[in-house]
Ligand binder design. Structure first.
Ligand SMILES: O=C(O)CCC(=O)C(=O)O
Ligand SMILES: [Fe+2]
Length: 159
């Protein structure tokens, strides 16, 4: 369960959840709160996505992308705070994510040809997830797009 607390600090480096691809294979995301946005590969714009009530959003993560040799694309997404007209603060947001991931000893190759085990990939990418927003912005591992740093720039490499 993820809870995004209200904040008055709405500068771009303090978004609810930085632009990223999920680390595992498939993510099942349950939420009825607005704020989730997905980057369109065709227009390179952020598209708001609120799953209709009773439905679940299914994200392909990095490892399924690599295990399928890129046939399935990992989805780049972020969470943007929604500001309440009454308080001027962002609203509290809840979501429930169920992360599937490969076995720790599963092997796959990333888009640059580097070989990984599931465990290595998970530990490496999670270290970035836990880092400060500033450090996250220095590392395109978070976005799974070489040279693309999410909020920090918009040059997308489709590798
Ligand atoms: O809270 C959400 O809607 C998305 C969360 C998310 O993208 C994640 O935890 O990887
Ligand atoms: Fe995510």
């Amino acid at each position: 369960m993820l809870k995004y607390l209200p904040t008055s600090a709405l500068t771009p480096d303090q978004v609810g959840h930085m632009a990223h691809t999920d680390v595992g294979s498939l993510t099942l995301l349950f939420t009825s709160s607005p704020g989730l946005e997905v980057l369109s590969r065709t227009t390179s714009t952020w598209i708001p996505l609120t799953p209709p009530s009773g439905t679940v959003a299914v994200n392909v993560g990095d490892t399924l992308r690599y295990l399928s040799s890129g046939v399935l694309e990992s989805c780049l997404h972020r969470v943007v705070p929604q500001v309440s007209q009454e308080t001027g603060l962002s609203t509290t947001r809840y979501s429930l994510a169920f992360f599937h991931r490969p076995e720790l000893d599963a092997e796959f190759m990333d888009a640059q040809g580097n070989l990984w085990t599931g465990e290595q990939w998970h530990k490496t990418k999670y270290r970035i997830f836990r880092a400060s927003n500033h450090e996250q912005m220095q590392n395109s591992l978070l976005t799974g797009r070489v040279g693309f740093l999410g909020e920090a720039n918009t040059d997308i490499d489709n590798s």
